[in-house]
Design a protein around this ligand. Sequence first.
Ligand SMILES: [Mn+2]
Length: 355
Amino acid sequence: MTAPSTTTSPSKQPAAFLGNADAAAVVNRLRACSNVLILTHTKPDGDAFGSCLALARALRRVGVTATPVLYPPLSNALRGLAETDEIVLAAPEGPGQAMRGEPDCIVVVDTGSWSQLGPAAEFVRQRADQTIIIDHHINGNAEMASERLIDGAMPAACQIVADVVMRLLNVSSASALPTDVAEPIYLGIATDTGWFRHPSVLPSTMRLAADLLDAGVNQNALYQRTEQSDRPQRLLLAQRALNNLQYIAGGRAAVMVLRHTDFAESGANLDETGGLIDLPQAVGDVRVAALLYEPEAGLTRISMRSKAGDHPVDVNMIAHSFGGGGHKHAAGARVAKPASDVLPLLIKAIESALA
Ligand SMILES: [Mn+2]
């Protein structure tokens, strides 16, 4: 880990990871395939899961065998949205274990980083020529894939996947997509944008969402399933996060810490930290929110959000200084130190970004 940078000068910006392919080229390539492996980042979120499922369902409709291999943890809410035979959950020896025969194409969605591929990284490393990335993160590893359909302006990978599956299925409007393809796309966009509240939302995002509703998506059913199906333990974890909340930078930022023991004592799982980062953002003066939590003793994950507006803080820059990355308004990092060591460094980095 490098020391947190005290400046946010543009020269320190991570090199842009530019795409080199358009949707039409990717679709042509996919049409020529017969056996496609679909991968995403470990601990798949709604966007990762939705991208995999929508792409797999669309490929199967055009006669292509598609195997999405996902690495847990995967929330029960997401898992329940796919039939049991539609996805493979974990293949500890690598995705080859889950495939019937050698894939002629690998599509990696919602990430382009080796560090996020988990046990699949080695498999992909040997097959970069056959690999396509579809992503909205600009800090990835270009050598992972020969074709990279990447648009950092998109709020969700699913908005890019929507374009791909519409071309694949030959429909000119997302309203003509089959409902079972439209649903996971809507899920991915809704969850990656905090249900259309984040600054990343574009006019085209709302138009696409409307078209997906026309395609038969039941938005309230998806909302209840993903946002209103918590276990009671999650609220106990939230209680602990709020107990540990502190305002810094004169109240313009808030940081929360969950220690390893907080999970054991509340009975909550690591994947139940989702959404906690949004709580301090309810406060008007808070421009930056950070959550530090320890998946295990001696390891800290940092999650950060910033609000758009005057002098917005680029949390991607802060995350980068901790060896992580993400987007301007949402980023994270993992640091091999206890949270008590990381906290003062992070506070300093946030305070200097707000200075
Ligand atoms: Mn995403």
